[in-house]
Design a protein around this ligand. Structure first.
Ligand code: IVH
Length: 679
C-alpha cells in the first residue's frame, strides 16, 4: 500500500465511524460514545486533513467547507416548486380533509402516513451521482437561495451517498427541514449568555440565523441537523410505492427522518396518533409545531394532485398555539447566589403548549427596556417544548393607563443593601455580600474553602443542611456552631464523630494569616494574590478598613474598580459587624512580614522552565514572602524572570523586552541573601 492509500484508508475509517456515531446521536437519539470521544475522532480526522489536504474526502464531516464568507447568496430556481401545506386545527377539519380525499378516490382504501411537522426551515438538497452538489432554501417556493456552503456544515447530513444495499441514483433531490435540536439550542444559548452575546428566542430563530450566515464557519459552529421528509426527484426511480417506504429508503443513505412516524389505516387512528404526539412533544429532541398527514400511497397522491399551491394529499395538523397572551401582574427581583438581581415577571397563569406558566424571567434591566414591559401589560409568552418560557413581545395596544414602569431597585429586596450596577455591565448586584441571605451559601462555601479559612468538609458536605437548620445566618455563625451540638446531631449522616471533626476543624481555622482572612471575606475582585498584596501593604485589618481610595489604588495588583469594591465592602455596616464578630470569636494571625523585610514588595516576577532544586510552588512562596507578585506571563512590567531548564517562549520574550533574567542558581543565591532559603 502506498502511503497515500494508507492515509485515505484511515480517513475513510474515521469518516465512517463519525457517521455511525452521528446516526446513533441524531437518528436513534442514543449516543454510543461520549462527546469527548467523538471530538477526539473528529480532531484526529481534522489533523490528517491538515497534513494531507490533497487527500481530503468529499464527504468529510469536519466542516472543511473551504469557502470564504460570501457577499450574498445566489438565487436558484426550483425545478420542482416547493409548495406549502394547508392547515387543519381540530378533529372536525381533519375529518373533512379525509372526506375530500375519499370523494376523489371512490372505492379506494386510503392509508395515511403521519409525520412530525418540524418547526425549522425547509430546504432542497441535490445529489448528482451520490455527491451533494447544492443546498437551496425554500424562498418563495419558486426561487430560493443557494446555501450549499452552510448546508455542508450540517453534521448529520450525508455529503456523499453510500449504501450497502441500494443503487446510488444519478439524480436525487431530497426535501426536508433544517433544525436546531433542543439540547443544542439550550447549550448554544447558555454559552452565548455566559459570553455576554445575543441569545436566540427559540430553536427556529437560531436555525434560521445560522443558515443565513454568509460565513460558513459560523454555521459550522452551530448544532444544526437535517431531517428528510420527501423526495422531489429521483432518477432512476426508487421504485417505492408509499410515502413511508420512500422515507425509509432514504435512511439507507444516512438521512435522518423524524423520530416518530405512523402509518394509520383510518383517519380516526390519525387523530389518536396526533393526540399521542401532542403529549410526547416535550420529550422529543426537536421542536415541532404539529403533524403532517399525508396520503401514503404515491399513486393516490398523484391522482389527488394539487389545488393551487397546496397538495390535496397532505395537510398540516397544527398543535394549539405555543404562544399565549397574558397579563403581567408584577415584576419581582430575585437575588442569585452571587448577588445578581434578576427580574421575574409574575403572570396571570396561562397554558402554553400544555404547561401552565406563571413566572418568566426577564433576564436583566436591559431586557425590560428592550421589550418595554410594564406591570399591567399584556404580553405574549412563548414556550418551545420543554424550553424555558419567554416573553416574546409586549402588546402596547392593550396597555392600561395605569401600567407601571419598572426600575432597577435601589435596595436589595432580600437584605436592603444598596444595589450596584457597574458601568458597562448588564447585571445589577446586591452589595450585601456576607450579610445577604440570598448570597449566604456561596459566601459560606468561599469562606471555608482551602485557600480561605480552610475548614474541611463544611463547604461540600454540611453547608446546605446548616443553612436549612437556620444555624448559619452569616459566616460568623460558623464559630458558634459548637454551641448547637444537639441540633448538629439531627443532620442526616452527622454522627458524634463528624460533629467533633467539624468543631475541631473550625477551632483550628482560627489561627490563620491576614491574607487568608481578607481573601475569605469574599470581597468582589479580591482573589488570593490581591488579598496577599493588601495584607502586605496594610499590615493590619484596621489599616485596611480605614484605607482610602488612593491608598488602595496604589497597592500592587489592585485596580481602580477593585479599589472601589473594597471601599464599598468596608463601608457597609453589616459587613463590618460580621468582621467584628469573626475577630471576637477568636480569629487571629501573626503580623505579616513587615514591608521593611519585604524587599520585593509590589514587584512582578515570573518563573519559567523546570527548576531542579525545588518545585515552582516553593519558589513562588519564597517570592511572595518577600512581597513579590508571581505572574504567569512576561510583560514590560515584569521585574525579573527566573528561568529554569528548557525555558521557552517566556525567556525569549523577556530577552526581547530587556527584562532581567535569573538562572535557578542566581535566584537561589538571592533567596539565601534575603534569608528565606538555606541549602
Ligand atoms: S411535506 C407539498 N412534511 O411545512 C409540501 N413538510 O407548510 C410538502 N414541514 O415549508 C411538504 N415538516 O418545510 C412536509 N414532515 C413534513 C414537514 C413539512 C415540516 C414544513 C415544510 C413546509 C411547511 C409547509
Amino acid at each position: 500500500m502506498t502511503q497515500n492509500s494508507t492515509v485515505v484508508a484511515q480517513m475513510r475509517q474515521l469518516i465512517q465511524m463519525l457517521a455511525k456515531h452521528n446516526h446513533a446521536y441524531y437518528v436513534m437519539d442514543q449516543p454510543t460514545i461520549e462527546d469527548s470521544e467523538y471530538d477526539q475522532l473528529f480532531h484526529q480526522l481534522k489533523a490528517l486533513e491538515e497534513q494531507y489536504p490533497d487527500l481530503l474526502q468529499a464527504d468529510t464531516p469536519t466542516n472543511k467547507v473551504g469557502g470564504r464568507p460570501l457577499s450574498k447568496f445566489d438565487n436558484v430556481t426550483h425545478v420542482v416548486p416547493m409548495l406549502s401545506l394547508g392547515n387543519v386545527f381540530n378533529q372536525e377539519d381533519l375529518f373533512a380533509f379525509a372526506r375530500r380525499a375519499e370523494e376523489r378516490l371512490p372505492n379506494q382504501q386510503i392509508e395515511y402516513d403521519v409525520e412530525l411537522k418540524f418547526d425549522g426551515l425547509a430546504i432542497s438538497l441535490w445529489y448528482e451521482n451520490g455527491i451533494l452538489v447544492r443546498g437551496v432554501t425554500r424562498g418563495d417556493g419558486e426561487t430560493g437561495e443557494d446555501i450549499t456552503q452552510n448546508v455542508k456544515t450540517i453534521r448529520n447530513l450525508p455529503k456523499v451517498l453510500t449504501s450497502e444495499s441500494g443503487q446510488i441514483p444519478e439524480l436525487l433531490e431530497v426535501r426536508g427541514e433544517v433544525l436546531m435540536p433542543k439540547a443544542g439550542f439550550e447549550k448554544l444559548n447558555a454559552e452565548n449568555e455566559a459570553k455576554g452575546e445575543k441569545t436566540f428566542a427559540n430553536p427556529r430563530n437560531a436555525a434560521a440565523g445560522s443558515l443565513r450566515q454568509l460565513d460558513p464557519n459560523i454555521a459550522a459552529s452551530r448544532p444544526l441537523a437535517f431531517y428528510a421528509y420527501g423526495i422531489a426527484q429521483c432518477q432512476p426511480h426508487h421504485n417505492q410505492t408509499t410515502m413511508s417506504a420512500s422515507l425509509q429508503w432514504l435512511t439507507q443513505f444516512g438521512f435522518a427522518v423524524g423520530e416518530r412516524q405512523f402509518v394509520c389505516q383510518s383517519i380516526q387512528d390519525v387523530q389518536k396518533a396526533y393526540e399521542q404526539i401532542n403529549q410526547e412533544r416535550p420529550n422529543l429532541s426537536v421542536e415541532i409545531d404539529g403533524m403532517v398527514i399525508k396520503v401514503n400511497d404515491l399513486k393516490q397522491q398523484q391522482q389527488l394532485g394539487f389545488l393551487s399551491r397546496e397538495p390535496r394529499w397532505a395537510t398540516a395538523y397544527k398543535f394549539p398555539a405555543v404562544a399565549a397572551l397574558t397579563a403581567v401582574e408584577n415584576i419581582d427581583w430575585q437575588v442569585g447566589r452571587t448577588g445578581t438581581l434578576t427580574p421575574v415577571a409574575r403572570l396571570n397563569p396561562v397554558a402554553v403548549g400544555g404547561v401552565t406558566v406563571s413566572n418568566v424571567t426577564l433576564h436583566n434591566i436591559g431586557e425590560i427596556h428592550r421589550l418595554d414591559v410594564r406591570i399591567g401589560d399584556t404580553v405574549s409568552v412563548y414556550r418551545s417544548g420543554d424550553v424555558i418560557p419567554k416573553v416574546e413581545k409586549v402588546w402596547p395596544e392593550f396597555r392600561p393607563v395605569d401600567a407601571v414602569e419598572v426600575h432597577l431597585p435601589e435596595q436589595c429586596p432580600v437584605c436592603s443593601s444598596p444595589v450596584v450596577m457597574p458601568e458597562g455591565e448588564a447585571l445589577a448586584r446586591c452589595s450585601g455580600g456576607l450579610y445577604c441571605a440570598a448570597q449566604r451559601i456561596e459566601a459560606i462555601r468561599h469562606f471555608v474553602s482551602r485557600k480561605a479559612m480552610d475548614i474541611e468538609g463544611l463547604g461540600d458536605r454540611w453547608a446546605e443542611s446548616l443553612l436549612h437548620l437556620d444555624l448559619l445566618k452569616d459566616v460568623a455563625d460558623i464559630y458558634h456552631l459548637h454551641e448547637h451540638r444537639e441540633k448538629l446531631l439531627t443532620i442526616e449522616k452527622m454522627g458524634e464523630k463528624s460533629v467533633q471533626n467539624l468543631i475541631d476543624s473550625i477551632e483550628n481555622s482560627k489561627k490563620t494569616t491576614l491574607a487568608s482572612f481578607i481573601y475569605a471575606l469574599g470581597i468582589r475582585g479580591v482573589g488570593e494574590t490581591t488579598a496577599r498584596m493588601l495584607a502586605n501593604t496594610f499590615q493590619t485589618l484596621d489599616a485596611l478598613r480605614e484605607a482610602d481610595l488612593d491608598a488602595l489604588k496604589k497597592t500592587p495588583d489592585v485596580g481602580d474598580i477593585t479599589a472601589e469594591w473594597i471601599i464599598d465592602f468596608f463601608r457597609a455596616s453589616h459587613n463590618l459587624e460580621v468582621v467584628d464578630r469573626l475577630i471576637a470569636a477568636g480569629i487571629h494571625w501573626d503580623a505579616p512580614i513587615a514591608p521593611t523585610r519585604q524587599p520585593l514588595n509590589g514587584e512582578s516576577w515570573v518563573i519559567t522552565g523546570t527548576l531542579s532544586q525545588m518545585g515552582r510552588d516553593e519558589a513562588t512562596q519564597m517570592l511572595q514572602a518577600l512581597g513579590a507578585r508571581v505572574s504567569g506571563s512576561v510583560s514590560s512590567k515584569t521585574k525579573c524572570l527566573v528561568a529554569g531548564e528548557k525555558a521557552g517562549s517566556k525567556l525569549e520574550k523577556a530577552e526581547k523586552l530587556g527584562v532581567q533574567v535569573l538562572t535557578e542558581q542566581a535566584f537561589l543565591d538571592l533567596m539565601k541573601e534575603y534569608g528565606v532559603y538555606s541549602a
